[in-house]
Design a protein around this ligand. Sequence first.
Ligand SMILES: C[S@@+](CC[C@H](N)C(=O)[O-])C[C@H]1O[C@@H](n2cnc3c(N)ncnc32)[C@H](O)[C@@H]1O
Length: 270
Amino acid sequence: MPGEEKHGFSVTAMLSDLFWRSPCRSISWLAGGFEVGRSTINHRVLGTELFRKTCREIEMSDIMRHYDDFLAPHYSWMVDLSLTDKIAEQQSLPAMLGLPGAVRGFAVDLGSGPGYQSFALANMGYEAVITIDTSRFLLDELEAARGPAPVKAVHADLRAFSKFVTPSGADAIVCMGDTLTHLETRADVTKLFQDAFEHLAPEGRVVLTFRDLLTELKGLDRFLPIRADDGRIMTCVLDFEPDTVVVNDLVHVRDGQTWTFQKSRPRLWL
Ligand SMILES: C[S@@+](CC[C@H](N)C(=O)[O-])C[C@H]1O[C@@H](n2cnc3c(N)ncnc32)[C@H](O)[C@@H]1O
C-alpha cells in the first residue's frame, strides 16, 4: 500500500517495510512492569489474572504447533549469529533507523521469538518494550537473556495484542522477520493493520519486515541448505502454491553415533 492515503494520513513503504502513521493524540499504555521516567506515559501494571487468562486463550494453530513441537529448540541455532550480532543487525536495518531519532516511549514487538528486535528497540532508547509470542520456549530464551533491558515478555497470540495496549498507546509497533506471513488468513493481516493504526501514538510507526516469496523457486532451487555443523543439519524445501508457500523443514540431529530425523511443514501466506 505504498503512498496510499488512509483517513487522510499517508501510508508509505521503505524497502519491504511499512511505516504507518497514526492520527491519534494521547500516549498511554496498559501492560507493563517497567519503571518509565516519563510523565506523559500512563503506566499501569498488567494484572496477573489478565495475564493467565490470556495464556489460556491461545488457540493453537498449525504454525504455533510447528514452533512448539519442532522449530523452537532449533531457532537460535538456525539463525547462526550470536544474540549480540543479531541484535546489532536488526538495529541497523533501514526500517529500524526509520523510527524517530530521539526515541523514547513504548514499543510493541509482535512475534518476537528470542527477542532480537525487542532488544534492538531497548538499545534504541525505548523505555519499555512489550514482546508478544506464542512460543513459551522462545520467550524463555528471551527472558534468560534479558538482563536489565526494559523488555516484558507476554505469552499470547499477537492477533490479540490490543489487549495490552491502550488506544494511541504505542510509539512503535514492529512485526519483523517473517512473522506476518505466519498469520492464518488475510483477514488476520487486515485486522492487525487496523489494530496497529488504532493503537499508535501520534508520530508512531509500524515496521514490518518479511521475505519476498513472490518469486517462485522451481526444481532443485526449492532445496535450501540452512545450516550444518557436527551435531545438526537443517534443510528446507519450499513448495509454492497459488496463495501460500509450504515450508518443509528437515533436521537431522546427532545423538552419539546415531542421527535422528525430525520434520515439520508449516504453510506461510504470500
Ligand atoms: C519467523 S519467527 C520471527 C521471530 C523474530 N521476530 C525474528 O526476527 O527472529 C516468527 C515468530 O512468530 C511467532 N508467532 C507465530 N504466530 C504467532 C501468533 N499468532 N502470535 C504470536 N506469535 C506468533 C512464532 O512463535 C515465532 O517466534
